[in-house]
Design a protein around this ligand. Structure first.
Ligand code: HEC
Ligand code: HEC
Length: 301
């Protein structure tokens, strides 16, 4: 352009525009900026050659490295699966009662069990396994067990369920209804006796007699419960269905009995082991003893 000239004070060329005597200088770009700019172009070209870049009809150009985010994901997944598989194999091969010997394996089993518990068990037992007294879902955090609290017993309970009709080896028992078999006075007396076991009522001799005749077979002579039939301990402060007289009366007249699904068909044995480890870890887990403890010995009062 004809108006281009060199600006005297700065020595820089002007672009040739002038407004009321003010001119625009054509200052060159700083060198560092220019080089950075060229570098980004080189980087882009190299990138396009090496990595998937240009979108085509059904997929992008592949790049000479053959890398893809999908491939990377698959690699990571299979590495994770392999690591998981080693752990699952180990768990599959160890008898559950030996699990506590290997504390690292136990810890991983507990973590896996916690995840599985969230998926399969919380709808009944609550997210922390605290249960629900209204519905008769037992608290799994305490050391009161209906059917046994060592790893093997818990594994069995989870595998076969409780009163689950589709499983031949399910935990099973039935508390008989005493409606009609005992009259009101007898019911009241036996309720007194049951409540006296945990210090909630005065002892009642007639009630004790009725209890011995009708209830001790399952609940034990001292009311400490019977795990072979899942009969709760009546002498502790832990209640499956509530400690109010009305709750006891309802249970004695017309017992409700908890049903839990069997998981053996739906979950693999390793997952069940993990679940058992988790439930065992919740606080009330008992040690496994090879020989069953002595059945309760009757003590004269
Ligand atoms: C449909 C509801 C339901 C679901 C789901 C359920 N449970 Fe249960 N569970 C029960 C009931 C009810 C009982 C108590 C049965 C009884 O009264 O004997 C029980 C009892 C148990 C016991 C025995 C407690 C004891 O004191 O001996 C264990 C252990 C247990 N559940 C673990 C689990 C695990 C682990 C899962 C998930 C895989 C699970 N439950 C899912 C309803 C359920
Ligand atoms: C055949 C065995 C059997 C006999 C006999 C029996 N029970 Fe039970 N009882 C059970 C079982 C099993 C349960 C637990 C029901 C459940 O899992 O929901 C239970 C539950 C109870 C409960 C609820 C406990 C709680 O923690 O909430 C009370 C109370 C009770 N029984 C009292 C009695 C009394 C009193 C008698 C005698 C008049 C009696 N039972 C006779 C098996 C028996």
């Amino acid at each position: 352009m004809a108006n281009k000239r060199i600006d005297e004070p700065t020595g820089t060329e002007t672009v040739g525009h002038e407004w009321d005597g003010i001119e625009e200088l054509n200052t060159p770009l700083p060198r560092w900026w220019l080089w950075t700019f060229y570098l980004t172009i080189i980087f882009a070209i190299v990138y396009v050659i090496l990595y998937p870049a240009w979108p085509m009809v059904d997929k992008a150009t592949e790049g000479v490295l053959g890398w893809s985010s999908r491939g990377q994901l698959a690699e990571k997944m299979s590495a994770a699966e392999q690591a998981q598989q080693g752990f699952r194999d180990q768990l599959a091969n160890i008898p559950i009662e030996r699990l506590p010997d290997d504390s690292a394996l136990m810890a991983r089993a507990v973590a896996g069990g916690q995840a599985a518990f969230k998926v399969h068990c919380t709808q009944c037992h609550g997210s922390g396994g605290a249960g629900d007294q209204q519905l008769g879902y037992p608290n799994l955090n305490d050391d009161a067990w209906l059917w046994g609290g060592d790893l093997k017993a818990i594994e069995y309970t989870i595998t076969h369920g409780i009163r689950w009709p589709d499983d031949d080896e399910t935990r099973f028992s039935q508390m008989p209804p005493f409606e009609g078999a005992l009259d009101d006075a007898q019911i009241n007396a036996v309720i007194d006796h049951v409540l006296s076991l945990s210090g909630k009522a005065q002892p009642n001799a007639a009630g004790a007699q009725i209890f011995g005749d009708n209830c001790a077979a399952c609940h034990g002579p001292q009311g400490k419960g019977g795990r072979d039939v899942g009969a709760p301990n009546l002498s502790d402060a832990i209640w499956l269905r509530g400690s109010e007289r009305s709750a006891l009366q309802r249970q004695i007249l017309n017992p409700r009995m908890g049903v839990m699904p069997a998981w053996g068909e739906r979950l693999d044995p390793v997952t069940i082991k993990m679940l058992a480890a988790y439930v065992h870890s919740l606080g009330g887990g008992e040690d496994f003893v090879e020989v069953a403890e002595d059945p309760e010995v009757e003590v004269d009062e």
